[in-house]
Design a protein around this ligand. Structure first.
Ligand code: MN
Length: 518
């Protein structure tokens, strides 16, 4: 919504909160008044009142159902830096938790992207800073989102730097937190400024394809809907999923610019009642059309490391050629869009107690929010277990039972990221691994094919042994050879379950083949 037509009010913010207490409402109102007073004479580059920015940031947080203190901190996030409100004043007016959040966002604001070397340092600091409380990162992401939406008002030389920073730091972070919608928004907003020519080209490709394919896709969608109903699948809805422009750009690059190799330009998404229906839906689609081999991805049984769940398939339709279809439940849908926010979107101080299974399952994110550890959890059906990267963390310490895992989670609650390291690909992409990981873990984390053919590794430009322990901020480059393969020794070199599993599978296959040959 454009700012000038926006109806700004504390009531509007409160209307997005789920059953806020009187206290919650009072806090948001107070922050609203305080921020609008503090920024009264403060204008943005575009000339509009600065408060618009604070309001939009807070509104995004309220839409994510982030809780009163986070929304208040969203309204106050620039008050220390920009208008000289003191930390003491913030603390006495809003309490130590709001101050902590505002402080965190202010610190992140000091990070600047300045080319590769500084970039790594920035990222590392960013992770460390945000690891203390994930809410800080949520505020910063929503702050960045609005800054990106209004980037045209910024001086051209600054524009590109901010957009590059968004592509290299904030969008990957949103992705890591499973916030698909935010990631896509940030990427597409930045794309335009970082690669203006490519952006135009991709936009043209997309609109042409839409024009040509929309009616055909509509037929596919209708046929699918009818077939689902005929097979007794009830209560579902379908929507079309259009690929993000930047994501299409990257994929086209990978496919050598060949548009014909991209089948998910537009996809049909089916949101169903439960997991069983997702599999039935897949069955129905495969009855109607022939699936393309290798394109069936069951991210429900095998969720992505960032927690993403859905079933994808690409089918060859007579109506529109190859079409990707995705099946997911409503809660998977929400998670795919809002990621970690969909898990913390309950009141910061709830009252419903459920100390059973849900609590255990939710601990993984609760430990990212120190202040919530002792707060009760709302019980909600259908909550997923922890994303794999969190389980990996527990696996690294060989804890078997849930109780042990719970204890383990408790132990690391305030220091999550000290158990992970962040290393970089030559292109600057971030890969996070457990502490003590080696180049082989890194190689498998990028792709199993790369892992399986690793011949040598360079860390920060120097050739190293494959069992070298990686450190935070290392830049790792893997050399592959067709002739290179895992050996038994590799099992001792790796820390991640993923790498170990692949190595075992490879060795097993070798053994079987030798057995056959003998
Ligand atoms: Mn801001």
């Amino acid at each position: 919504m454009p700012e000038d037509t926006m109806t700004q009010s504390a009531d509007e913010l409160i209307s997005y909160m789920s059953s806020p207490s009187d206290e919650d409402q009072a806090l948001v109102r107070k922050a609203y008044e305080f921020a609008s007073r503090a920024h009264k004479d403060h204008k943005r580059m575009s000339g509009e009142p600065y408060f618009n920015h604070l309001y939009t940031t807070a509104l995004s947080l309220a839409e994510l159902d982030m809780g009163a203190r986070t929304i208040a901190a969203g309204l106050l996030h620039d008050s220390i830096e920009d208008v000289g409100v003191t930390r003491e004043e913030l603390e006495s007016e809003f309490g130590s938790e709001v101050l902590f959040l505002v402080d965190g966002v202010t610190k992140l604001g000091e990070l600047r992207y300045r080319g590769a070397a500084r970039h790594i340092e920035s990222l590392r600091r960013l992770f460390v800073a945000t690891s203390q409380d994930i809410r800080v990162l949520m505020i910063k992401l929503m702050d960045r989102r609005h800054n990106m939406q209004t980037l045209e008002h910024v001086k051209p030389e600054k524009r590109k730097r901010i957009a590059e920073e968004t592509l290299s730091i904030y969008a990957p972070l949103a992705d890591r937190l499973g916030m698909g919608r935010v990631k896509r928004e940030l990427e597409d907003l930045a794309f335009k400024y970082v690669y203006p020519e490519e952006y135009e080209k991709i936009e043209r490709i997309m609109s042409e394809s839409k024009l040509a394919n929309e009616p055909k896709l509509e037929k596919v969608r209708n046929n699918l809907k009818r077939a689902l109903a005929e097979h007794g699948v009830a209560n579902f809805r379908t929507e079309s999923r259009v690929k993000g422009l930047f994501s299409l750009f990257r994929k086209l690059e990978r496919k050598g610019g060949d548009l014909d190799k991209i089948h998910d330009l537009q996809a049909i998404r089916v949101v169903l009642q439960n997991v069983e229906d997702c599999y039935r839906g897949l069955g129905v689609a495969h009855t109607l059309w022939h699936p393309l081999p290798g394109k069936i991805k069951d991210y429900i049984a095998f969720e992505k490391p960032n927690g993403y769940r859905s079933i994808h398939t690409t089918v060859m339709t007579s109506e529109a050629g190859p079409v990707e279809i995705q099946f997911r439940t409503e809660s998977m849908h929400r998670e795919a869009q809002y990621g970690i926010a969909s898990h913390i979107s309950y009141k910061e101080q709830g009252s419903n107690l459920d100390r059973g299974k849900q609590k255990r399952e939710r601990l993984w994110y609760r430990q990212l929010i120190p202040s919530l550890l002792n707060a009760p959890v709302n019980s909600e059906k259908g909550q997923p277990s922890a994303p794999r990267w969190v389980n990996d963390l527990a696996d690294a310490h060989n804890v078997e039972t849930l109780t042990e895992r719970e204890t383990f989670m408790q132990e690391i609650k305030e220091d999550f990221f000290s158990h992970r390291i962040f290393v970089f690909t030559p292109r600057g992409d971030v890969i996070d691994l457990p502490v003590d990981s080696t180049p082989i873990d890194f190689a498998y984390a990028i792709h199993s094919e790369i892992g399986e053919h690793t011949s040598s590794a360079k860390v920060n430009g120097k050739l190293v042994q494959l069992n070298t322990t990686l450190k935070n901020g290392d830049r790792v480059q893997i050399e592959t050879k067709d002739s290179a393969h895992p050996t038994k020794k590799w099992c001792d070199y790796v820390r991640t379950t993923m790498a170990r599993k692949h190595i075992h599978q490879y060795l097993q296959r070798q053994q079987n083949q030798e057995g056959l040959a003998a």
